[in-house]
Design a binder for this molecule. Sequence first.
Ligand SMILES: Cc1cc2nc3c(=O)[nH]c(=O)nc-3n(C[C@H](O)[C@H](O)[C@H](O)COP(=O)(O)OP(=O)(O)OC[C@H]3O[C@@H](n4cnc5c(N)ncnc54)[C@H](O)[C@@H]3O)c2cc1C
Length: 261
Amino acid sequence: MNVLVCIKQVPDNSVVPKLDPKTNRVVTEGVELMESPFDLNAVEAGLKLVEEHGGEVSVLTMGSESSKTSLRYGLSMGAAKAYLLKDPAFEESDSWGTSYGLAKAIQSIGSFDVILCGKQAIDNDAGQVGPGIAEQLGISQITYVSEIVSVTEDTLTAKRVSPAGEEVVEAKLPVVLTCEKSLNEPRYPTLKRTRMANRAEIPEMDCAAVGADPAKVGKNSPSAIKKLYTPAPRQSGELIKGEAEEIAKIAVQKLVEQKII
Ligand SMILES: Cc1cc2nc3c(=O)[nH]c(=O)nc-3n(C[C@H](O)[C@H](O)[C@H](O)COP(=O)(O)OP(=O)(O)OC[C@H]3O[C@@H](n4cnc5c(N)ncnc54)[C@H](O)[C@@H]3O)c2cc1C
């Protein structure tokens, strides 16, 4: 079973993100970076699949030179191969451009039975890239996976979290899964694997290498962010003191004044 995991490098979640209103981007310069946490659940799920069914895990990132650190983390957890999709043309790609670039890279790397993504990246929280990859490749997808129930030669059955509860879904292979935190507990890298990962050659691929059209990605993406801003902080509530009947009267009066009732 060949498994590919998409890992995104994101700003450290212990740092309050800074927004640049001029570029409408989250500032990443000078910020500690980390792997988007759900992507580590995806790596763990991939490693468990190959431990049970054979094969190997590859990890892929679309990003800059610094993203190699995230790929090395995937290797140190147990992935066999890592690939970096890096081209200035991809800068400022939207979710469609990101999915398109990653799908082109996946096609040029090889054929995979299972492609794993996080349920969402913790910086932009779009939750669109996994489904976008499945669409671009024309294959099945199961999103918000909380358990991989079973795998046969040509199907995978998974439990997914839905607003109505949980669903068990069977999909034909190849399939894209987007992973929930509750799916597993990502393993820690061993010292030996970390040393190997630090020495590993990570091939870089650009638009030309994967056959991606630069006219469709980056600044040429179908959508553009018009405004990126932090919502105004909520005003603190008002505490009404007194007897229950009196509190109820004041509360109703205030709700009427504010045209809520
Ligand atoms: C017009 C526009 C311009 C933008 N410009 C920039 C920009 O200049 N720089 C910038 O950093 N962002 C930019 N973004 C945001 C960037 O395109 C988003 O990362 C993208 O829309 C995906 O959303 P997300 O990161 O929330 O990923 P999600 O859809 O939430 O990601 C889900 C999963 O997909 C996988 N994944 C997502 N991105 C990658 C990746 N790059 N490599 C590997 N796997 C991945 C991971 O497994 C991740 O867990 C822009 C977005 C728009 C709409």
